[in-house]
Design a protein around this ligand. Structure first.
Ligand code: ADP
Ligand code: MP5
Length: 506
């Protein structure tokens, strides 16, 4: 009877960044409902950027690990990954001869996706000699060529024919994988020894991502687990492919490393967690937490305290309004640029509407200034901070990747909404008397504005999910820079009035 939770052993090397080797194997086995175990063949110093060095423990140590597992646990399937050298291959071969589990999947690892050899060249013959022990061999196209001792196939038809030659020579099933083909398709096919026609073939569009570190390890261990449960290779491959596609599509959620990142093995579990009400980890939450220090500085500014408790001198308020008016002009242009670059209609409409609303607020500001200062009040030109902030916004929204532009404009929504909440608290604490800036404070609390802030956050999270680690890092930098500019902007009216010596508050 097939085990409900297959016990699957990964015999493989390590990856301290957790994306490939036995770390990917254990995650994939668990993701497919198995119980994962592992025996280490080699300790590899690597990350998403490359392999640095390899340490191979004495083979007696490997043999002892394999025996310790087999003497205690009934193994339903084994997945064999990186072997590295002839003595390791011979040790695992001997173990298979003695204690072969019912399902054996061999991923003939030779070179990491990130570059760096993981199999000594002189071990290739020994690896070929081992193929007959496997039920299924899962080479990528360069590995298939080495196994066949031929050139790398340059088309899918050639790859299938080569796969069949390897299957026939070793009496095993071969999974021919199209991940290394050029083009936008990634087919996979199972080829047996008896006929060149694949037993089953699947096709699919390539997922547009650089995060393919560990895909081969993940697919082969998922297949070993599913096969131990279902006993049907075609069915196992169909499920494993569908899962791996999701893991590639959601790899952007992880933000691990600066090179070819890992896939998200537990994307389906993350969805389940969210449906159980567990708060989803949002990229915007991370950014918000990182900006806590700057936000505290904003709350402590004289200007913000005075605006909240109503004690702010009118000149300072006017200086602020004047700069805000000029800032909004730049902000509105930045939103227009984002609207033009938006990837879909929803986002285009959102930013275009934001640009319109900024322009409407600008004329409302004009009226407020006239109310406070009387007709004829002339504004100064843009101050240094206003100029710096608007140039930064225009550069980010025009010239950086779209998600980075989003990160630049978000603080103006979010920090402003947060300051509004804080000001509301200060105003309430100051008592019920006539507050000189009551109408102004009301604009902060406006529900439409809060709603727009929520949408801007969602759009940022959506963009971050599809972004590379490098773009997410840039989003973080730009978000924090914009928060610091928000702080400088709130601080500027007091500084400007001090400089002009208008009220001599020092
Ligand atoms: N960008 C991608 N989109 C969809 N599937 C992919 C992508 N990259 C790899 N795969 C799939 O991942 C599996 C392993 O990929 P492959 O690159 O061929 O092996 P390896 O990781 O051993 O080099 C294959 O099923 C392949 O189709
Ligand atoms: C220990 C170990 N085993 C295998 C691979 C190959 O993984 P990939 O080629 O998918 O990056 C790797 N990088 N490290």
């Amino acid at each position: 009877m097939s085990p409900r939770v297959p016990r699957v052993l990964a015999v493989a090397g390590t990856d301290p960044t957790g994306g490939a080797g036995q770390h990917a194997d254990l995650k994939s086995i668990a993701a497919m409902g198995g119980y994962g175990m592992s025996a280490v063949t080699a300790v590899v110093v690597q990350n998403t950027l490359g392999v640095r060095c390899v340490h191979v423990p004495p083979v007696e140590f490997l043999a002892a690990q394999l025996d310790a597992v087999a003497e205690d646990v009934e193994i339903d399937a084994v997945k064999i990954g990186m072997l590295g050298s002839v003595p390791v291959i011979e040790t695992v071969t001997r173990w298979l001869e003695d204690r072969r589990p019912p399902v054996v999947v061999l991923d003939p690892v030779m070179v990491a996706t990130s570059g760096g050899r993981l199999l000594e060249r002189e071990a290739e013959d020994a690896l070929r000699a081992m193929l007959g022990h496997a039920d299924l061999v899962t080479p990528n196209l360069p590995e298939l060529a080495v196994l066949a001792q031929e050139e790398i196939a340059s088309s899918w038809a050639e790859a299938l024919a080569q796969g069949h030659r390897v299957a026939r020579a070793h009496g095993t099933l071969v999974l021919v994988k199209g991940g290394h083909l050029t083009g936008d398709r990634t087919p996979d096919a199972l080829v047996g020894p008896d006929a060149p026609k694949p037993l089953v073939a699947f096709d699919g569009a390539r997922v547009p991502t650089e995060n393919s570190h560990g895909t081969g390890c993940s697919l082969s261990s998922a297949l070993a687990t599913l096969q131990a449960r279902h006993g049907d290779w075609a069915h196992s491959l169909r499920i494993a492919r569908e899962w791996l596609r999701g893991a590639l599509e959601r790899s952007g959620d992880l933000a691990v490393g600066h090179g070819s990142g890992p896939v998200h093995h537990f994307h389906h579990v993350q969805d389940a967690l969210e449906s159980w009400g567990a708060a989803p980890a949002r990229f915007s939450d991370e950014l918000w937490a990182a900006s806590a220090g700057v936000r505290r500085e904003i709350e402590e500014l004289d200007f913000v305290r005075g605006l909240g408790d109503g004690r702010l001198e009118p000149e300072r308020f006017l200086a602020y309004l004047d700069q805000d008016l000029q800032y909004l002009d730049g902000y509105s242009r930045a939103l227009t640029l984002l609207a033009a670059r938006a990837p879909d209609e929803r986002q285009r409409l959102f930013f275009a509407a934001g640009a319109v609303s900024c322009t409407e607020t600008e004329s409302e500001l004009h009226r407020a200034r006239l109310r406070h200062a009387g007709p004829g009040a002339a504004g100064a030109g843009p101050g240094e901070v206003t100029r710096r902030y608007t140039s930064f916004l225009l550069a980010a929204t025009a010239a950086e990747p779209y998600p980075v532009g989003l990160a630049a404009v978000l603080p103006c929504f979010w920090v402003y909404a947060d300051v509004g909440r804080h000001l509301g608290e200060l105003a309430a604490a100051a008592g019920t008397g006539e507050h000189p800036y009551a109408d102004w404070l009301a604009t902060y609390a406006d529900e439409g504005f809060q709603e727009a802030t929520r949408t801007a956050r969602e759009l940022l999270d959506e963009a971050a999910r599809g972004a590379s680690p490098a773009v997410r890092e840039r989003m973080r930098e730009v978000f924090l820079e914009a928060c610091a500019l928000e702080r400088d902007f709130f601080a500027a009216p007091v500084a400007a009035v001090r400089l002009a010596g208008i009220d001599g508050i020092e």
